[in-house]
Design a protein around this ligand. Sequence first.
Ligand code: PHE
Length: 445
Amino acid sequence: MAKQSREQWRSRSGFLLAAVGSAVGLGNMWRFSYLASEKGGAGFVGLYLLFTLLIGLPVMLAELTIGRGARSGPVMALAHYGGSAWRWLGAVFVATGFLILSYYGVIGGWTIRYAFEAATIGFPVDSAAHFDDLASGYDSLATQVAFMAMTILIVCGGIGSGIERVARVAMPGLFVIMIGIALYAFTLDGAGAGYAYYLNFDLEKALTLDVIVAAAGQAFFSLSLGMGVMLTFASYLPRDSHLAKETAVISFADFGVAYVAGLMVFPLIFALGMGSEISGSTIGALFVALPKAFATMGLVGRIVGLAFFLALVVGALTSAISLLEVLVSASMDAFHWERRRAALVSGVLVTGLGAWSAFDLDILDLADSIAINLFLVGGGLGITIFVGWIMHDPIGEASAGGTPSIVYVIWRGLLRYVVPAALLFILWHALPETWAKFRAVAGLG
Ligand code: PHE
């Protein structure tokens, strides 16, 4: 009965902008640049591209197919095609979204703080100490709450007049700012060292298990896959949408933004002599090295820095709303709540869990590892097996609205054999690493 009144995107481009808005976020800028620098630059980038094509594309098409066909949130959608035993996979998705949004909101809060400071007082030269001050504790909690309040507000507005409307303004703005900064960075003396650092391929460094695991996790995180965001967004699509095309556009845009983010971050950092700052990289790299570079650039630094952090706020917000939307649509399905109530209840609960990360960076880092390397990759494996082996006629469902072609046959082959094998391998190797991290944070080791 609730299905008759299901909301819809206002237009195809609105859906695409919202989906790209979900994909493009802190993952492309903060997480991508810190991993690229920690895991040896171009080798990591190459593997990440490979996983985007080989695993990301098929899994995205799988999620879009289920969501559009079932027209409901993840829990009901999986039950719709697979029977009620599959609900648990949907429930894992919702739990994963909960965990990711909890700490994502904390980092989103940092971006607000930096944008605000760029506009008012500028960037302090001692950026490492400044980051330590604001990254955890009550300051961090306050900005997290502000960020989450904005997220909740937008999701309360609904699909067409909340999420789609914001994405329509925010995403073009973000693209313009990023390309502008990347071009500006290109003109700086000494930018070459940054490009070299980012683009030099070192085969030996790339082919370690650690880099493979990180690149696969990053591909899932960056494309918003493995926890039902794309599934949920597709549930508001009309039946005649061309899913393979949408998959290609979203993935291409997401990789493009991550790639351009590298073209702005590394040249800027190296041109201003902060190269050593990122080699000791941690989750703070983007928030330490870059502001320090901006601080040495005077007024220009403030303007470029403000634009940069505004773009980050926008990217983070459009991703956070997609994460919250998964929780909202699942609770609307399950409890027949109206949207506002669902947004408020789930938003407040997530913020509460996130307070833990706001007070302890080790917890944030641990939540990030568990959520991405285990849950997203594991969720992707679940979806792959579901569509490859359980769902009836996936090719027919996926190609409805377009023309059936060989692409879908290849897609199913990948989902049946290649992707599950790759994901099992990755998951198997991610386990010990994440377990070690857990032991260290829990004080067991
Ligand atoms: N893709 C988003 C980013 O890159 C993060 C995200 C992950 C959003 C999973 C939704 C689901 O920042």
